[in-house]
Design a protein around this ligand. Structure first.
Ligand SMILES: Nc1nc2c(ncn2[C@@H]2O[C@H](COP(=O)(O)OP(=O)(O)OP(=O)(O)O)[C@@H](O)[C@H]2O)c(=O)[nH]1
Ligand SMILES: [Mg+2]
Length: 183
């Protein structure tokens, strides 16, 4: 296909803005780069501010906003909530000690955030390749999701961005939700 043809096709794609949230070191940038380039990049540096990447996902042109997860930078997330089509909240499932912190941030910034009402949420239980990683069913319990937020549209997936496991499943669910909303 010619460049003009590709441009025309991209122009006809539906557009989605996906916000990638989570604590520092959860794997946000690794996931975003994996989606953009199709390979695992182990050379990520902690994000300062945000990275914005665009890639095609089925019939969607996705703009992924990968923000900085460090505590001092989380106030910057605020600027991106408006106009967001979907949220990906990624958790380092091997870091048991930080699960309470992740739970609190997920609750305050995502589930209890009125701007994000009705927006589909994918929770990624990342780093399943590491020993002792908590799997999705247990994580649901630890995050308190089995008793709260039953009115919100969310799904949780086991994932290892390192091995590319669970990434497609997570994004397929997301795209299905976007399709439902578009129709
Ligand atoms: N073992 C393993 N390591 C991973 C996986 N995904 C990411 N990592 C590693 O986790 C570390 C942090 O990843 P980043 O993508 O930089 O984390 P981040 O969420 O963007 O962090 P901030 O930018 O500080 O908010 C890096 O060393 C990654 O290589 C995974 O699936 N398995
Ligand atoms: Mg990052």
């Amino acid at each position: 296909m010619s460049l003009l043809g590709i441009r025309k096709r991209l122009k006809n794609l539906d557009k989605a803005k996906i916000l990638i949230l989570g604590l520092d070191s959860a794997g946000k940038t690794t996931l975003t780069k994996y989606m953009r380039f199709g390979i695992y990049n182990s050379q990520t540096l902690p994000t300062i501010g945000q990275n914005i990447d665009t890639f095609k996902l089925d019939d969607w042109l996705v703009t992924a906003i990968d923000v900085a997860g460090q505590k001092n930078f989380r106030f910057l997330w605020e600027a991106h909530y408006h106009g967001t089509s979907a949220i990906i909240f990624i958790i380092d499932a091997s870091d048991y000690e930080r699960i309470p912190e992740a739970k609190e941030i997920l609750r305050t910034h995502v589930f209890n955030n009125p701007i994000l009402e009705g927006i589909p949420i994918v929770i990624i239980a990342n780093k399943q390749d590491l020993p002792g990683a908590i799997d999705a069913p247990l994580l649901i319990q630890l995050l308190g999701l089995h008793k709260q937020f039953l009115d919100r549209t969310y799904a949780i997936f086991n994932c290892s961005v390192l091995y590319g496991h669970g990434v497609v499943e997570s994004f397929t669910w997301l795209v299905n939700e976007l399709e439902k909303k578009a129709n």
